[in-house]
Structures are given as structure tokens and as C-alpha cells.
Ligand binder design. Structure first.
Ligand SMILES: Nc1ncnc2c1ncn2[C@@H]1O[C@H](COP(=O)(O)OP(=O)(O)OP(=O)(O)O)[C@@H](O)[C@H]1O
Ligand SMILES: [Mg+2]
Length: 355
């Protein structure tokens, strides 16, 4: 089972819409999908046609007590062929307080433990997160191997994304658990220049992290949510359904087995060096590591006379990459690399070509 958290602390960026409709499109392709609603607002539960106020049990029962994990099978509701939901309810907002006294580790592993007790087989578990980074989101990231970050193509999308990627990286490090992150452009209105520019900028900055699929604004998505069905069933030829079908295909094509096959064709070991006499901390960030300094990088430092030499070892598939060094907290281009290109936000990035 692939477990994917749909996460962004920003409200209203399309998390729930993505969870429900990606589930709908994966199920339409024959997959068995479990939607896990970790948001006390219970919007995913509602958008799948379940009234959280009249469901007998929800995730709170499963997560609140140490021996609740086994109850997970009892709260699941089948909402459509191939789709089951683990419902939420407003009571889930009390979880943080309920678990406050417990060890941080035990508190954050509750959902992972529950998903480990599932009795029926699923191809995917999609976890809808609330719009904040608290205990519920921690639990989701601890349970997930992958994360999808929906980004609304409107003002400030770019401002928030770097911080969010850093937060997820930090969390996965703290939880001792690797999460592969990908970015999904949502609520895209191609008629506005602003949206087109934002999309281009996000793609320039985050290249491989971005899905090719883009979710356009489409009123059928709102209507489907109100009817309590995924758009793939409600209006299968609407833009919203086509966009989520494209996303489902991409998600299926990025299965870990498929990616492993690609990697077998050869990531290259690439070394780059930075020399300086005064610097004390040098890290590297680029589109290969989501612009998170030194993520996925092996680093070594040697002293040669007055100078210190930082060697960064990268593992990269053939392609063109952009990067900068972070020298004592300041971002700068590689002084030994003559090849630079202006990045999306105007600063020059050094260019690395791997053949
Ligand atoms: N592509 C789209 N086209 C039109 N409306 C959309 C689209 N995506 C989302 N919406 C609408 O925008 C609103 C916010 O979307 P959604 O609930 O999915 O965001 P969210 O990130 O889950 O919000 P929250 O942070 O509150 O959980 C909803 O009313 C939803 O129906
Ligand atoms: Mg939501």
C-alpha cells in the first residue's frame, strides 16, 4: 500500500478536493483506495457523502487510546466502488490535548500503527490533513511515504512553499522517516497572467518536484463535493475530472517500483567543491534537493593550508540542474562555475549538467 499525505498548512489550497478526487480517479482505474480524513473539519468525509455528525465512530476512537489501533477496521465506511473512508469528526480537534502527556514518539505514531492493522488490502491510503502543522499532520507524515503539496496558483503561493518544504524535511528528520514530496498546482486559472507566471516560476524553481498535471479551476469540483461524490463519478468529462485523471496516471507511474527501474538506468555520482578561507558552514541547495540545503547530499570538509574545501557528493540522474551554495546562511552562486542562469525570482543560479 502506498500511503500519501495531502499536506499544506495554508487553508483552502485544494487539499481536500485533491484527496477526494484523486481517490475517485484512482478507483476509476481499478485501484482500492482508503481515504483517511485527519481534518476535524471533516470536509473529506462530507465530500464522500458521509455526515460526520451521524457516524457512530471516527478516527478519534482509533487514535485517542493506545489500544485503539485495532478499531480502525470497524470505523471504515465504503462510499463508492473501490473507495472507503476513515471518517473524521470535530472531536478530533481534542486529540492534541488528550495526548499531551504522552511521549512525543508514541503520540505521533498512532496513525501509522492503525494503518498497520488494516485487515483488507488497499493500493493507496490518501490522508487529508488539516490546515496546520500540529499533531494530526505529524501523524499523517509519520504514516506516509509520500506527500503531495497542493499549491493554489494565486498570490503568495511561492512565498509559502519553501518554508513548507523545509518544515516537511525537518519533520521527517525529527521523526526519522523519509517522505518523498511532490508539488501539485491547483485552482489554476490559465486566463490570468498572474497564474501563468506563478506556474512557470514554480516549475522553474522546483522542476522535478512538480507534477505535470495541473488542476484547473472548475466549478464541477465544488458541485461534486456538495453532492458527496468524486467528480470522476459526478461529471466524468468535466475539466476537474480530466485533471484528476491525469494526476492519477502520474501518481501510478511514479510507483516506487517504477522509479527504481529508472534509477537502474543510472544515477551518477557527482562531486562539486567550494573553497574558502573564512567560511565555517557551507551547504548546497538546488532543484535536485528541493532547494533544501544539504538534503540528500553527502558532505566532507578538508583543510588545504589556509583554505577549507567542502566537497558535496550528489547522486543525480542525467539532466540539467540549478544550484546555489549557502555559505554561513547566505545564498550565493558557485564561484568556480562560469555557467549561471537567472532563476525565477531573479537571482543567478549555477548550472550543472549531468550526462
Ligand atoms: N480546482 C478547483 N476548482 C474550483 N474550486 C475548487 C478547486 N479546488 C478546490 N476548490 C474549492 O475551493 C475550496 C477550498 O478547497 P479545499 O477544501 O479542497 O481546500 P483545503 O486545502 O482542503 O482547505 P482546508 O485547508 O480548509 O482544509 C472548496 O470550496 C473547494 O470546493
Ligand atoms: Mg480540507
Amino acid at each position: 500500500m502506498r500511503t500519501i499525505a495531502i499536506v499544506n498548512q495554508k487553508g483552502g489550497c485544494g487539499k481536500t478536493t485533491t484527496t477526494v478526487n484523486l481517490a475517485g480517479s484512482l478507483a476509476a482505474d481499478g485501484a482500492r483506495v482508503l481515504v483517511v480524513d485527519m481534518d476535524p473539519q471533516a470536509h473529506a468525509t462530507l465530500a464522500l457523502g458521509i455526515d460526520p455528525e451521524i457516524t457512530e465512530a471516527n478516527l478519534y476512537e482509533v487514535l485517542a487510546d493506545e489500544d485503539g489501533a485495532q478499531l480502525v477496521n470497524e470505523i471504515l465506511v465504503e462510499v463508492a466502488p473501490g473507495i472507503e473512508v476513515a471518517p473524521s469528526g470535530i472531536v478530533l480537534s481534542a486529540l492534541e490535548q488528550k495526548l499531551a502527556a504522552e511521549r512525543a514518539e508514541a503520540r505521533t505514531e498512532r496513525l501509522a500503527a492503525a494503518l498497520g492493522r488494516l485487515e483488507r488490502p488497499y493500493d493507496f491510503a490518501l490522508i487529508d490533513c488539516p490546515p496546520n502543522v500540529g499533531l494530526l499532520t505529524f501523524n499523517a507524515l509519520r504514516a506516509a511515504g509520500e506527500a503531495i503539496v497542493p499549491l493554489e496558483m494565486s498570490f503568495f503561493a511561492i512565498q509559502g512553499v519553501q518554508k513548507l518544504l523545509e518544515t516537511i524535511a525537518l519533520l521527517s528528520e525529527r521523526l526519522g522517516h523519509e517522505v518523498t514530496v511532490r508539488i501539485l498546482a491547483t485552482l489554476y486559472d490559465g486566463r490570468t497572467r498572474y497564474a501563468r507566471e506563478t506556474l512557470a516560476e514554480i516549475r522553474e524553481l522546483y522542476r522535478d518536484l512538480c507534477f505535470d498535471a495541473v488542476i484547473r479551476q472548475n466549478v464541477k469540483l465544488r458541485e461534486a463535493a456538495r453532492r458527496g461524490v468524486p467528480v470522476a463519478r459526478f461529471a466524468p468529462s468535466a475539466h476537474g475530472a480530466l485533471d484528476y485523471a491525469a494526476l492519477a496516471l502520474e501518481v501510478q507511474a511514479s510507483a516506487p517500483e517504477v522509479l527504481e527501474r529508472e534509477v537502474a538506468h543510472g544515477p551518477r555520482r557527482v562531486e562539486v567543491r567550494f573553497r574558502d578561507a573564512a567560511a565555517s558552514d557551507v551547504r548546497i541547495a538546488g532543484d535536485f534537493n528541493g532547494w533544501i540545503p544539504d538534503k540528500d547530499v553527502q558532505s566532507r570538509v578538508e583543510t588545504q593550508g589556509e583554505t577549507r574545501v567542502w566537497t558535496k557528493v550528489l547522486s543525480l540522474l542525467p539532466g540539467t540542474y540549478h544550484y546555489r551554495y549557502v555559505v554561513d546562511g547566505r545564498w550565493r552562486e558557485d564561484p568556480e562555475n562560469p555557467r549561471v542562469e537567472r532563476g525565477g525570482v531573479g537571482e543567478p543560479n549555477s548550472v550543472l549538467v549531468v550526462r
